[in-house]
Design a protein around this ligand. Structure first.
Ligand code: PMP
Length: 341
């Protein structure tokens, strides 16, 4: 018999899926790592698994302990999945602007949720700072330990991708990979995968795809973490500063991707290939297409299908919401959606 002994073992080993139209349009082979197929349905299950299991090894968590995290949602879901399987509780701080679907899923997974206003990182009441303060406070009264997962600074987050996502990509392509590109939320994925692939073959081109309004494009393109103007409807990505994780990334190039470019890709993937994916994946695949055009035909480029479109039905796949953001809405989407507006 072959089976996983629990849900934690079922995290990772996701398939690589050839993206047909992106490949045809560029003459390259563009492959998407299907992270939406993880048990918690996103790339952040891996971070959740590593951050909890490594904390256990260090003795920072004991049975019945509490995991606290500030998250745009997916990390919280990944942590809640792993915590449930190990007998921990989760307390999640989430900006109120994040999709209702992610908040509902977090509650369903047993997390206690605290919604806080969306404030810039420089504001002391930004969700990341509130989470840290709350964890410090709770540490005084929780008998079984409190882990503040701290995904932006916790190197176990990037280690998850250095030890799993990167090696899987290498194995699945038989080492025949010419480029890797993805966007940055914490940078765990980009840092871990880029470092692993570069160690295997320094000629692999690693790149960052960044939405408007954040600093990773300028950092990886020109060396200074300066925010680009504008904003983005994508969730879970966008970083405005250099963190300990970002310092470990080995990145050659960067592409700035507009929401219009990203959502066009998302709609094409759904209409033409049956892949229903979230906004960050639109940034990733649009970036992969740009990288493919730059490297020229015949190359193999890997990117990340970070989470499922079902998580954004009320936003990305809601024509009224998209129109309110002045973004394009394909005619077929009106027919396929029955969201009351
Ligand atoms: N896409 C989505 C949908 C996410 O939730 C995240 C993480 N917040 C990312 C991409 C980026 O992953 P990382 O934190 O590893 O940079």
């Amino acid at each position: 018999m072959a089976f996983n002994k629990d849900v934690i073992e079922a995290i990772g080993n996701t398939p690589l899926i050839k993206l047909k139209h992106a490949s045809e349009a560029t003459g390259c082979t563009i492959l998407g790592k299907a992270e939406f197929m993880n048990p918690g349905q996103s790339v952040k299950d891996r971070a959740g698994k590593w951050m909890i299991l490594e904390a256990e090894k260090r003795g920072d968590l004991r049975p019945g302990g509490l995991v606290v995290e500030s998250t745009a949602g997916n990390t919280g879901i990944g942590l809640a999945v792993v915590a449930s399987a190990r007998g921990y509780r989760t307390l999640i701080l989430i900006p109120e602007t994040q999709s209702q679907e992610k908040k509902d899923m977090l509650r369903l997974c047993g997390a206690e949720l605290i919604e806080v206003p969306q404030l810039p990182y420089s504001n002391p009441n930004n969700y990341q700072h509130v989470g840290r303060r709350l964890a410090d406070q709770l540490r005084k009264t929780e008998p079984n330990g409190v882990l503040f997962a701290d995904q932006w600074n916790n190197l176990d987050n990037a280690k998850a991708h250095y030890e799993s996502t990167g090696p899987e990509i290498w194995e699945q392509t038989g080492g025949k990979v010419d480029g890797f590109i993805c966007s940055v939320g914490t940078g765990g994925t980009l840092a871990g995968v880029s470092r692993f692939l570069k160690e295997k073959n320094k000629d692999i081109v690693t790149a960052c795809a960044d939405p408007h309004g954040f600093a990773m494009y300028e950092l990886f393109k020109h060396g200074t973490a300066k925010s680009t103007p504008g904003d983005s409807i994508t969730e879970g990505i966008g970083l405005g500063r250099v963190t300990p994780i970002i310092e470990t990334a080995v990145v050659d190039d960067a592409f700035l991707i507009s929401d219009e470019e990203a959502v066009t890709v998302i709609y094409e993937l759904l209409e033409q290939e049956g892949l229903c994916l979230g906004g960050s994946t639109g940034i990733n695949v649009a970036g992969a297409i740009r990288l493919a055009k730059q490297l020229g035909p015949g190359k193999t480029i890997v990117t990340v299908l970070a989470d499922s479109g079902g998580r954004y039905q009320s936003k990305l796949f809601n024509p009224a919401f998209m129109r309110s953001k002045n973004l394009p809405v394909p005619a077929w989407l009106e027919k396929r959606t029955k969201i009351d507006v």
